[in-house]
Design a protein around this ligand. Structure first.
Ligand SMILES: NC(=O)c1ccc[n+]([C@@H]2O[C@H](COP(=O)([O-])OP(=O)(O)OC[C@H]3O[C@@H](n4cnc5c(N)ncnc54)[C@H](OP(=O)(O)O)[C@@H]3O)[C@@H](O)[C@H]2O)c1
Length: 325
């Protein structure tokens, strides 16, 4: 089958279409004929040789797919051949066929295009588990989402706005801030021109925000502590601005803050299945009702995976970049 191969892993990596054996579904798996594959920033890191797939995962890039089930494992009862689904996978998505653990599979929500559904799993698994499981977001609380126009950000803003939270979102350009507001943010904050601490403090009458979802880290850590309300929770899913920082932890002490950081990819299937079940219960219905939409920036043919990566590396996008098989 056709699949993308990374040649010369490192800063000058090339993505080329190659031929690899078609995978086979194990007993608890399904085999998906891929219609769409979502791009994630981790795919760039993996291509640069900086983020190897977890043990046992396919070498091929791609952490989420949509498509049609063509094989089911012997112990799988909840899916059938012919079902249209999307799935979180530990690798192997940039290919014609991809194996997924059945516990990481969800139906394509009503009204969502089959290819576009490839942009749903990674963002919604990540946003849900970080905001709900880790940060324990409560009804009525306010939220600051950094990188609001990212794939993750566009999902997080919509989820929080739909559930009635006041949402603030940072982004690096005027049109990106406008996109955040259109998705439901009360205020898009251009982080190149404005101080998110001052803006959120003013908007909350000096109380601060209850929860922050951050993908920047570095000097944002202390600034996030300053932007948080008493007993606020900060959860990091990436440290694009730096893994180290000089931080005044006295702020944590005085405000009784919690600071967490998590990754999704290395979790067990059982842990991912618990998130999948929560999504099926609480997130897929508002998606099917059209209240949360996949935000698709651009769809590239598989053979143009290199151009798709370049667009993500330049941060030219708003929402998800997808590959179409
Ligand atoms: N831990 C996990 O389990 C997990 C899971 C999924 C994703 N992630 C991580 O989450 C991040 C988002 O993923 P994605 O796929 O949605 O990537 P993406 O669409 O490429 O988003 C990256 C975002 O970071 C924003 N950003 C960069 N510097 C910033 C700054 N100083 N202030 C505010 N925003 C800033 C960019 O905003 P501008 O374009 O406006 O500059 C862009 O929106 C990535 O770093 C990814 O690796 C982690």
């Amino acid at each position: 089958m056709k699949a993308i191969r990374v040649e010369n892993p490192g800063s000058g990596y090339q993505l080329v279409v190659g031929d690899i054996p078609r995978p086979v579904a194990g007993e608890g798996d399904v085999l998906i004929k891929v219609a769409g594959a979502g791009l994630n920033r981790a795919d760039i890191a993996q291509s640069m040789g900086q983020y190897p797939p977890p043990p046992g995962a396919p070498e091929t890039l791609g952490m989420e797919v949509s498509g049609e089930i063509v094989e089911v494992g012997s112990t799988v009862t909840e899916f059938r051949i012919g079902d249209k689904v999307c799935a979180l996978v530990p690798g192997g998505g940039y290919a014609e066929y991809c194996v997924a653990s059945s516990g990481c599979v969800l139906p394509v929500p009503a009204g969502v295009d089959l290819v576009d559904a490839a942009g749903l799993p990674e963002v919604h698994f990540t946003v849900w588990t970080n905001l709900m499981d880790s940060a324990r977001l409560q009804p009525g609380e306010s939220v600051l989402i950094h990188g609001g126009s990212s794939g993750i950000g566009t999902a997080a803003i919509q989820l929080c706005a739909t559930r009635g939270h006041t949402v603030f979102a940072t982004a690096g350009a005027k049109d990106k801030c406008a996109a955040c507001e259109k998705l439901g943010a009360a205020r898009g904050i251009n982080y190149r021109e404005e101080d998110f601490v001052a803006v959120t403090k003013e908007a909350t009458r000096d109380k601060g925000v209850d929860v922050i979802l951050d993908m920047v880290g570095g000097d944002y850590i202390e600034r996030n502590f300053r932007a948080l309300a008493r007993q606020g929770r900060l959860v990091n899913i990436a440290f694009q601005g730096g893994m180290s920082a000089q931080v005044n932890f006295g702020l944590m002490l005085m405000k009784r803050l919690s600071f967490m950081a998590t990754t999704l990819r290395g979790r067990t299937v059982a842990e991912k299945t618990a998130i999948r079940d929560a999504l099926a219960r609480d997130v897929w219905p508002p998606i099917a009702a059209g209240r949360i939409k996949p935000v698709i920036d651009r769809v590239f043919p598989l053979a143009e995976a290199q151009a798709a990566h370049a667009r993500m590396a330049q941060s030219a996008h708003i929402g998800k970049i997808l590959l179409k098989l």
